[in-house]
Design a protein around this ligand. Structure first.
Ligand code: ADP
Ligand code: MG
Length: 253
């Protein structure tokens, strides 16, 4: 099911340092938003705030109209119970730069573990779904391999299948191809393209400008904790309005 994600005046500080300085934007169901910007501009922090891995200092992020970390009681916000936060977080798939697979589990086990442990899906059913997901990311024949027996691109595809195993409403990608050898980038981007074509709502932090141009509905350029500009890929990447965007693009293209 595709989700809406709303960022409402999101601020985040670490100590005295404000790294998100009022971020506002809306991701519509089935949209793909690519977030670009220089290192340190707050892209990862923004993604981590979506699933409450970081707690916003002020403002709010709504996923399908609800906050991951809080409940509304009358006119005030109360922190949601831990188990409830975990349940909501499970509906937000996240894929990191480092693949973060469980090294002692096979590809199949990595993709089964979430449904079995968190959703209490019967093992046989979880295995059937996991095999389908591995097939979807092109790894049907790698089910019994351990992460150490897989290339980086294959590991990242298992990580995507694992995130999908929880039937997420939205997928967050934080530079999913940055740690890969160049020849392995394409196979991961192809899986992400297919996911986008299947209607998944996606927020993708990436330096892959070709992917952003081809797949994104909206490109967001962040710098210094704010969105400097956002728009269609052609508008932002080919006709940027702001000097900061132009100088960033000059460095990455
Ligand atoms: P990006 O992903 O765009 O490179 P980040 O969101 O990782 O940027 O970081 C934004 C800023 O926040 C950086 O200056 C970084 O050093 C700082 N920062 C990120 N996480 C923490 C943390 N846990 N504690 C302190 N500062 C942090
Ligand atoms: Mg980052």
């Amino acid at each position: 099911m595709a989700a809406t994600v709303e960022f409402l005046n999101v601020h985040k500080s670490f100590g005295h340092v404000e790294v998100l300085k009022g971020v506002d934007f809306v991701v519509e169901p089935s949209q793909v938003v690519c977030v670009i910007g220089p290192s340190g501009s707050g892209k990862s922090t923004l993604l981590r705030c979506v699933n409450h891995l970081e707690v916003t200092t002020s403002g709010a992020i709504l996923v399908n109209g609800a906050m991951v970390g809080y409940d509304v009681r009358g006119d005030r916000l109360v922190e949601a119970p831990e188990a409830e936060i975990d349940r909501r977080r499970a509906k937000i798939g996240m894929v990191f730069q480092s693949f973060n697979l469980f090294g002692h589990m096979t590809a199949l086990e990595n993709v089964m573990v979430g449904p079995v442990k968190l959703l209490k899906t019967p093992k046989a059913e979880a295995e059937k779904q996991a095999r389908e997901l591995l097939a979807r990311v092109g790894l049907a024949d790698r089910a019994d391999n351990y992460p150490s027996q897989l290339s980086g691109g294959q590991q990242q595809r298992v990580a995507i299948a694992r995130a999908l195993s929880m039937k997420p409403d939205v997928m967050l990608f934080d530079e999913p191809t940055s740690a890969l050898d160049p020849e392995l980038v394409g196979e991961v981007l192809d899986v992400m393209k297919q996911l986008a074509a299947d209607g998944m709502t996606m927020i993708v932090v990436t330096h892959e400008m070709g992917f952003a141009r081809e797949v994104a509905d909206v490109v967001v350029f962040m710098d210094g904790g704010v969105i400097v500009e956002q728009g269609s890929p052609d508008d932002v990447l080919l006709r940027p309005q702001h000097e900061r965007t132009r100088s960033f693009l000059a460095k990455v293209f």
